[in-house]
Design a binder for this molecule. Structure first.
Ligand code: NAP
Length: 312
């Protein structure tokens, strides 16, 4: 079958690290164009400064992958839907739930496929954990998500602007695992947000969650963006049966009672594009807002503390 023509919008770090190389290898998709305000391209495909220029010049391109920061997505997705495109979105979806809900409704109205990606969910270890928790229940979850903003978002000032999420930009990946694996609904009970005095988004976040479960499982998460010793992306869980699980390395490794049972290399973006191909075949959208809802509530309930300035 002929490959579907796709354009990538926003040629920054994640497009260059993942989207473009994965599309290059894909059996389902063919890169047809790039949209880049800085004029950055890939291979020999045409480069447009704006999505509108792409839509006018190449109407045969039916799909777009939107890889910009979240604060410009709402308008970009609507514009893509108006142009009759099916749309894949990077995470986090939008800066607000109202914008997210509007996109879900607008996608339905336009009868196009909208796919909100959560890359950390595309791991066998995450799926296996979900199955175990469904069977054994949960008594505690502790999430530790620590990394270096200088390594993962070098020079990206948008992450420190309102709507840029701060350390909740990676933290929402942990929430996408959390909401996927939990066998019952979870809610934010309280949160503490530490803001560099010279920035508008937090560098460190601690969240306590609650649930409606009678046995009151202990649930918490900590995100930090100044970890220079390497990434700590771990979810530690104890089940009601007493099994101790650890999802490590962002969800690629599963350790059960100190034994490594799954250890895969990360193929999250391959998983995302496989899923997009399946959704397109079925004409179905997948817009999961649960991780954004938890992060939004953590901001809403957050006690703020100012800490020392952050400079690159
Ligand atoms: P980035 O390097 O800053 O790239 C974003 C690109 O979007 C820019 O380079 C720019 O590309 C374009 N853009 C369009 N409008 C923009 C605006 N108003 N402000 C800034 N850039 C604008 O960021 P990124 O790290 O790729 O992150 C993009 C999205 O991917 C974020 O939502 C992030 O959470 C997600 N993500 C990032 C990583 C990571 O490792 N960094 C991992 C997974 C997911 P042009 O110059 O080509 O227009």
């Amino acid at each position: 079958m002929a490959k579907k023509k796709i354009a990538v919008i926003g040629i920054g770090k994640i497009s260059q690290d993942q989207h473009l190389p994965v599309i290059d290898k894909s059996k389902d998709f063919e890169l047809a164009a790039c949209v880049s305000t800085r004029g950055i391209g890939h291979g020999n495909v045409p480069v447009f400064k704006t999505p509108a220029e792409l839509y006018a010049a190449m109407p045969e391109v039916g799909l777009v992958s939107i890889c910009t920061p979240p604060n410009v997505r709402h308008q970009m997705v609507r514009e893509a839907l108006d142009a009759g495109k099916d749309v894949l979105l990077e995470k986090p979806p939008t800066p607000t739930l109202a914008e997210f809900d509007d996109l879900v409704a607008y996608g339905r109205k336009k009868k196009k496929v909208l796919f909100q990606t959560w890359h950390s969910q595309y791991n066998e270890a995450v799926d296996a954990t979900k199955k175990i928790l469904k069977k054994e229940g949960v008594t505690s979850v502790r999430i530790d998500w620590r990394e270096s903003v200088r390594k993962w978002h070098p020079g990206q000032d948008w992450v420190w602007e309102p709507g840029g999420f701060g350390v909740c930009d990676p933290g929402i990946n942990a929430m996408s695992i959390f909401t996927k694996i939990m066998p019952f609904p979870v809610f934010v009970a309280s949160s503490k947000l530490k803001y560099p005095a010279n920035r508008q988004t937090p560098v460190d976040v601690e969240i306590v969650f609650k649930s409606g479960e009678k046995h009151q499982p202990k649930l918490s998460a900590g995100f930090n963006w100044l970890e220079e010793s390497g990434e700590i992306w771990t979810v530690s869980i104890e089940t009601e049966k007493g099994t101790k699980l650890r999802l490590e390395r962002g969800g690629t490794v599963l350790v059960v009672n100190d034994l490594v049972v799954i250890q895969n290399k990360s193929e999250e973006y391959e998983g995302i594009y496989d899923r997009f191909a399946k959704l397109l075949k079925k004409g179905k959208s997948d817009m999961d807002g649960a991780p954004l809802r938890l992060i939004s509530d953590a901001f809403f309930l957050g006690a703020r503390e100012n800490v020392e300035d952050f400079n690159w």
